[in-house]
Design a protein around this ligand. Structure first.
Ligand code: NDP
Length: 454
């Protein structure tokens, strides 16, 4: 038999992509996530015929299980609403399914599948023995009272509880799901099962099984990853300016860690517009507005004084800075915005959000020689500390914040190193997309190969 070549592998992967698009219609985000990974894999399949023979890519693109359920709940006026709940258990070759829940009006099966697919490779990169999954609902928590959010979470968990468990599937937060929602979900799980199973959810409060540094982990981890990319180029974060999008969990702790390491974030945003603050975003004021009052960021600009302006609509990527950290949502940074960043002299782009940069925009950045950290590597700090939370729960232990943060730093440096080295090994120096996709794929593929036709 003739051994495969990179070009024959490319043809096979292109055919597979077409088949996946055909079998999963109307799921553009899932198609995009698959496309991006398959683009990287031809050189691997060309040297690993055993992967091709075992149809590993085909198996990896098909979730192990997809659960869709009705979530009925009553608002404060007694009106009944019906939302749709999802949990996609994508791959458990390396450990229990692990990945967040997203509550946002845009959530549908295709979005949950894109997130679950990415999660498989991201979790593999952490080296911490976790499989990949994701879930959520098209419920929109904006403007809902605490009691409404609680009733929704209780109804959601009433169905979800039968599918999850500390050794099965361990959800966490994502867009629209923070500490408040995890509390309501955990309370309902405990009530239904009559079990104190702290390892069933991560992102819990500190006094009831949570880990120090979990809220901070995704943002802090992304800044550590950006610092590593700069270090490879002989630079550091000291004195650098940054554009950050979003103003939720990931954005807030990105801005906080940038400041701690001597850089200055000039912006944040929400779905209505963005704030530019010439003095740098005041993270304590941002936390007060977003985390305590759950208000809009226009409120931040009103209270901050002369240094800050709120721009309704517009693009945060128009603001010149040394580095960019997209931290809001998928496809928020397109080719035009990437070209603007390049024109403004950006040196590095590191993804706090999942798939915020379109493939065309990534090409623009690569062509201009900008260091680009893809989310599945750069934002893996959140799930990594979730895995550390699971370790603490299993050992009935509580680690100090310093211990967790030391581990987080070590893990992010290790992920950076793995991506960098893998890209070099496959002749794509400096290409972290190739490095992350191949390194994550190899770890999951080897485990699947060892475990038989599963
Ligand atoms: P939050 O809900 O805390 O914040 C989300 C932020 O993004 C808000 O400012 C929100 O603005 C904005 N946003 C959401 N959707 C849109 C949209 N369609 N257009 C414009 N802005 C939008 O979520 P997180 O900070 O937790 O998550 C942000 C990103 O990071 C997501 O891509 C998530 O998947 C990813 N991520 C999160 C992790 C975590 O640990 N939380 C881990 C790894 C990745 P508004 O209030 O107006 O909606």
């Amino acid at each position: 038999m003739t051994p495969p070549t990179t070009s024959s592998s490319k043809d096979k992967l292109a055919a597979l992509r077409t088949e996946i698009e055909h079998r999963n219609p109307a799921q553009p985000e899932f198609h995009q996530a698959v496309h991006e990974v398959l683009e990287s894999l031809a050189p691997v399949l060309a040297v690993r015929d055993d992967y091709a023979q075992a149809s590993l890519v085909e198996r990896l693109c098909e979730p192990e299980r997809q659960i869709i359920f009705r979530v009925p709940w009553q608002d404060d006026r007694g009106r009944v609403h019906v939302n749709r709940g999802f949990r996609v258990e994508f791959n458990s070759a390396l450990g229990p399914y692990k990945g967040g829940l997203r509550f946002h009006s845009s959530v549908n099966l295709g979005i949950v599948k894109f997130l679950g697919f990415e999660q498989v490779f991201k979790n593999a990169l952490t080296g911490l023995g976790i499989g990949g999954g994701k879930g959520g609902s098209d419920f929109d928590p904006h403007g809902r009272s605490d009691s409404e959010v609680m009733r929704f979470c209780q109804s959601f968990m009433t169905e979800l509880h039968r599918h999850i468990g500390a050794h099965t599937d361990v959800p966490a937060g994502d867009i629209g799901v923070g500490g408040r929602e995890i509390g309501y979900l955990f309370g309902q799980y405990r009530r239904i099962t009559n079990r104190w199973e702290s390892g069933v959810l991560t992102g819990k409060g500190l006094s009831w099984g949570g880990s120090a540094i979990r809220p901070e982990a995704t943002g802090y981890g992304n800044v550590y990853f950006a610092a590593e990319m700069l270090r490879r180029r002989g630079e550091d974060l000291q004195g650098q300016t940054a554009v950050v999008s979003g103003s939720g969990n990931v954005a807030i702790y990105t801005i906080e860690k940038l400041k701690a390491l001597g850089a200055n974030a000039l912006t944040c945003s929400d779905s209505g517009g963005y704030v530019i603050d010439d003095k740098g975003i005041d993270v304590e004021l941002l936390k007060q507005v977003k985390e305590v009052e759950r208000a809009r960021i226009s409120e931040y600009a009103e209270r901050r004084g002369a240094s800050a302006r709120y721009i309704s609509g517009g693009s945060v990527w128009d603001v010149p800075a040394d580095i960019a950290l997209p931290s809001a949502t998928q496809n928020e940074l397109g080719a035009e915005a990437a070209a603007t960043l390049v024109r403004n002299g950006v040196k590095a782009v590191s993804e706090g959000a999942n798939m915020p940069t379109t493939m065309e925009a990534v090409d623009v950045l690569h062509e201009a020689g900008v260091a680009f950290g893809p989310g599945k590597a750069a934002n893996a700090g959140g799930v990594a500390v979730s895995a550390l939370e699971m370790q603490q729960n299993a050992a009935r232990d509580t680690w100090t914040p310093a211990r967790v943060e030391d581990e987080l730093l070590r893990i992010m440096q290790d992920i950076h190193h793995t991506c960098y080295e893998t890209a070099e090994r496959y002749d794509a120096p400096g290409n972290y997309v190739t490095g992350a996709n191949i390194a994550g794929f190899e770890r999951v593929a080897d485990a699947m190969l060892a475990q038989g036709v599963i």
